[in-house]
Design a protein around this ligand. Structure first.
Ligand code: PLP
Ligand code: ZN
Length: 425
């Protein structure tokens, strides 16, 4: 290898050098970045990482960027927090949350993938970038492209949540709403990328993009004191994140930064779009595309690009996949907020509800060290809570009025702390 990494086909192993390409010309399998681990061994050390910046670029020795690249977006290094109160609710004693609801700059884990994709877009000389998106990717591309001074075309399904549309347009991106679902949008983007020579982060730049997801895995291991957990629970849309957390763990083991141990991977989807969970439940890695119908829009990919690899990751590690209804998603968003003070979007509701079910069904044992990945912020999907809370009449600014208010309402808060609450399971 002339560089520390290159592009290689996951199916047939053909190598492609470094170029904006995501599918093998011979066998149509996805392309992936592979590293010269011997070269990385001297640079990707606990010591070097500890002395790196306080963001995802501390792991740059195993990210596909040139040595001379100066990162512009300090994404990642989000909190890993214990979740004892949620744990009490769902029967978990050793549960952690990886909180990418507060990933900077746009409050989802997509900031990680975009940071790596745009570094390469600039390297390849693209002056215009874009993506097909279920929402969070649109926000991340728009914000980071603004900072880099790149022109941006973003294509989304027309019925996306209003906050995700606004959070794209505010950065000056050109937002194209497409009458269709994500899978239609994605197909159109492939055609546009070919025709216009633009860098689409999740189309022709997808192998670079996907590597950014590994930083979730590196961080979990480092934040656990360079240990691997017993279980990972991860939401799945295209199925990339879950496979890349596993790749991160495998690299850490190969380089001796953590002790080898089996980690089981559990996938979470909404029932209204659950092609990967369905395959796993059937014991197969063959994905049957679905037409999405769920409030968890950020996970609503009916024909997931990495679905087969996600299913294999789950089946090969002895994990499982579950899917939950829209009612359960909303209830889990509230449960997570009320127990741990984390307001997540619908995707995080999916993850939380699935985590609860995995414990309830005995798929995860209560003392196992389990990390549940919260990937997006609730402020972006407030519409799913419309009507959930009443506003009381305003009171006059007088103590007597407040006392009357407490008489009438005082006992209504904190229902959750009594008897497990009334949340759907
Ligand atoms: C995109 C997204 C995911 C899933 O990512 P994949 O790598 O496509 O499986 C999970 N959560 C949120 C909030 C997302 O935006
Ligand atoms: Zn191939």
């Amino acid at each position: 290898m002339t560089t520390a990494y290159e592009l290689r086909c996951k199916g047939c192993g053909k190598t492609y050098g470094l170029q904006p390409l995501s599918i093998c010309e011979d066998c149509f399998s996805p392309l992936e970045i592979v590293y010269d681990l011997e070269y990385a061994r001297t640079r990707f050390t606990r010591y070097a990482i500890a002395n790196g910046p306080l963001n995802m670029w501390r792991y740059r020795a195993l990210l596909p960027v040139r040595d001379s690249y100066v990162p512009k977006t300090p994404a990642g290094l989000t909190p890993l927090v214990e979740a004892p109160r949620l744990g009490e609710h769902i029967g978990a004693r050793n549960l952690y949350l990886k909180n990418d609801a507060v990933c900077m700059p746009t409050l989802s884990f997509k900031d990680r993938v975009v940071a790596v994709a745009l570094a390469n877009a600039q390297d390849f000389g693209f002056d215009t970038v874009g993506c097909s998106s279920t929402g969070n990717l649109a926000n991340a591309v728009a914000a980071q492209a603004a900072r880099l001074g790149l022109k941006t075309f973003i294509l989304v399904p027309a019925d996306l949540e209003p906050a995700k549309i606004l959070n794209t347009q505010v950065y000056g991106a050109t937002l194209v709403r497409v009458d269709g679902n994500y899978d239609h949008v994605n197909r159109l983007c492939s055609q546009i990328a070919d025709r216009y020579n633009w860098g689409f982060v999740n189309v022709n730049l997808r192998p670079y993009y996907a590597e950014g997801s590994k930083t979730v895995g590196y961080e979990i291991a480092e934040q656990l004191g360079w240990r691997l957990p017993d279980n990972i629970v991860c939401p799945m849309a295209g199925g990339s994140l879950i496979t890349k957390i596993r790749k991160a763990f495998d690299e850490l083991i190969a380089l001796g930064l953590v002790d080898e141990k089996p980690v089981r991977f559990f996938g979470a989807q909404a029932t209204g779009c659950s092609p990967i969970a369905k395959a796993v439940k059937g014991g197969t890695d063959v994905i049957e595309p679905q037409r999405p119908n769920t409030i968890a829009r950020s996970l609503a990919i009916g024909n997931p690009a990495d679905g087969m690899y996600a299913a294999r990751t789950i089946l090969a590690t002895g994990g499982w996949a579950e899917d939950v209804s829209d009612v359960e998603i909303v209830s889990a968003i509230q449960e997570l907020a009320e127990t741990e003070g984390i307001f997540t979007e619908t995707a995080g509701g999916v993850t939380t509800a699935v985590t609860a079910r995995l414990y309830a069904h005995g798929r995860i044992q209560r003392d196992e060290l389990t990390v549940s990945c919260i990937t997006g912020n609730g402020l972006k999907t407030t519409d799913c809570l419309n009507g959930a809370y009443e506003q009381s009449e305003a009171i006059r600014p007088r103590l007597a009025d407040f006392e009357i208010y407490v008489e009438e309402h005082g006992a209504t808060r904190q229902q959750l702390s009594t008897a497990g609450g009334n949340h759907v399971r």
